[in-house]
Design a protein around this ligand. Structure first.
Ligand SMILES: [Zn+2]
Length: 215
């Protein structure tokens, strides 16, 4: 069932509050967007606490980042959101978090190998950390696209996570899973070298990921 713009705005507000509740972001950090149609998206405003966002604060922008409706400034990270939508027809919602374990991992390693079933089935492959670039820059968007490929998530170096889905609920679920994976990766790394899933396990999870995509 397709949602109209007002319903999508309400859903974005709901997701923002849920991100705070589940400790997936803090303060005004992170941002949320979703596709309205092929050329337009809704995105959260810059520097407004999630609990204060009202439907009118959410911006309608085109894929060149131009504001079509709304008085506030769109999120500073609008360039990477629009870059993903331009490159991925299947992505209908994006959630960017500054969750604690994702921040920790993104500040130390370049990728999390496929060591848990969830990584493949939800993300579609290893969770890669994109090369560092300044927040809001075109370079950050480019670096992110390079590692995202057709997957549902990637980490931004020293910064946080970017999670995609075919709707806001799915993007939120990916955000949850990414944080869980980062936490377990940190725990297992303390015990020693992490065992990567064998080839057959990776193939099986990749098939599950592709099946979910078509649904
Ligand atoms: Zn950020």
């Amino acid at each position: 069932m397709e949602m109209d713009i007002d319903e999508l705005k309400e859903k974005i507000i709901e997701v923002g509050i849920q991100l705070l509740k589940e400790n997936l972001t803090h303060g005004t950090c992170g941002n949320i967007s979703c596709r309205v149609d092929k050329e337009k998206i809704l995105i959260t405003p810059s520097s407004l606490p999630y609990g204060d966002i009202k439907p009118d604060d959410i911006l309608l922008v085109n894929l060149d980042g131009e504001v079509l409706e709304g008085k506030r400034n769109p999120s500073v990270e609008t360039p990477f959101h629009t870059a993903i939508y331009k490159n991925r027809d299947d992505v209908k919602a994006i959630i960017h978090t500054h969750s604690q374990y994702a921040l920790a991992v993104s500040s130390v390693v370049d990728s999390i190998p496929v060591f848990l079933d969830e990584i493949f089935s939800h993300i579609g492959g290893e969770l890669t950390v994109s090369r560092y670039a300044l927040p809001g820059s075109d370079e950050l968007a480019e670096n992110l696209l390079n590692v995202l490929g057709d997957k549902n998530a990637a980490l931004l170096s020293n910064h946080g996570a970017v999670c995609c889905g075919k709707n806001l609920d799915e993007a939120f679920e990916v955000a949850r899973v990414v944080e869980q994976i980062c936490k377990i990766f940190i725990l297992s790394s303390c015990l020693g070298k992490t065992k990567v899933l064998p080839e057959e396990g990776r193939e099986y999870q990749r098939a599950m990921f592709e099946m979910k995509k078509e649904f």
